[in-house]
Design a protein. Structure first.
Length: 248
């Protein structure tokens, strides 16, 4: 399965979104993929929705208890049979050419880590025209200032990045922490500035959630990366400005 892309989707009480998300995988122009749905002890009909699909490339793993998105993604990463690994959140949607364009970029540049731009969507994952553009490349230090890498946009080559580095730490904002732990080794990520993902955002966005996001990033600087107070303030200022501009 040297050219297979393993797509990992953590699922928890996502029945309202799953059909559209899974269909966006089935509609991919690149056919060599496997879809691993990791059901994290859902109490709704998420598991039933997953099992409705008879495509042999789709399989489901069920957790017995709630372990969280990071652990669910790690379960999928461990079970992945493909050379390449992509993450997709259960409420997001891919454009049909996402995998083909991204893998093409990876092969063109020789990069082990590629990510794309994305478009903000409404509650039904319909694009709203607001695009989060990405840079051509991203280093560790640049990533500390710019949390532009979105989980549903990434693609990794496990021949160049060990699975241990792709496994997510069990901390808040685990996705950002994962990108940092990969880039910290000297790997440079490649950005594909094409909006190939729809990031579903509910109409109601609570300010408390934004405040929690700020707290999580600050903790990553101080507790995970163990940066000094001065460096944390420096990177945090850049992060805050860029995040604000991206959401306007």
């Amino acid at each position: 399965m040297d050219q297979t892309i393993s797509i990992i989707v953590p699922v928890h009480n996502a029945q309202a979104y799953l059909n559209k998300t899974i269909k966006s995988v089935l509609e991919q122009t690149y056919p060599e993929w496997e879809l691993i749905l990791v059901d994290d002890a859902s109490t709704d009909d998420s598991a039933a929705v997953c099992m409705n699909y008879q495509d042999g490339r789709i399989r489901m793993i069920r957790n017995q208890g709630i372990r969280g998105a990071a652990s669910a993604r790690n379960t999928g990463t461990d079970a992945a049979r493909g050379r390449y690994i992509a993450f997709l959140d259960a409420d997001d949607v891919w454009k049909p050419e996402k995998l083909e364009r991204e893998l093409g970029k990876m092969k063109e540049t020789g990069s082990a880590f590629v990510f794309t731009s994305y478009e903000y969507g409404d509650e039904d994952a319909n694009g709203k025209g607001k695009i989060a553009h990405v840079p051509e490349t991203l280093t560790y230090r640049e990533a500390l200032k710019n949390t532009i890498v979105f989980t549903s946009t990434v693609l990794f080559d496990t021949k160049m990045i060990p699975k241990d580095l792709i496994r997510m730490p069990l901390v808040e904002s685990e996705d950002t922490a994962t990108w940092w732990q990969i880039l910290k080794t000297g790997i440079i990520a490649t950005g594909l500035d094409e909006a190939l993902v729809i990031y579903r955002r509910p109409a109601k966005s609570l300010s408390s959630n934004k405040f929690r996001a700020i707290q999580r990033i600050w903790k990553l600087y101080r507790k995970v990366e163990k940066l000094s107070l001065v460096k944390s303030c420096y990177y945090f200022t850049h992060y805050a400005v860029r995040t604000t501009l991206r959401r306007l």
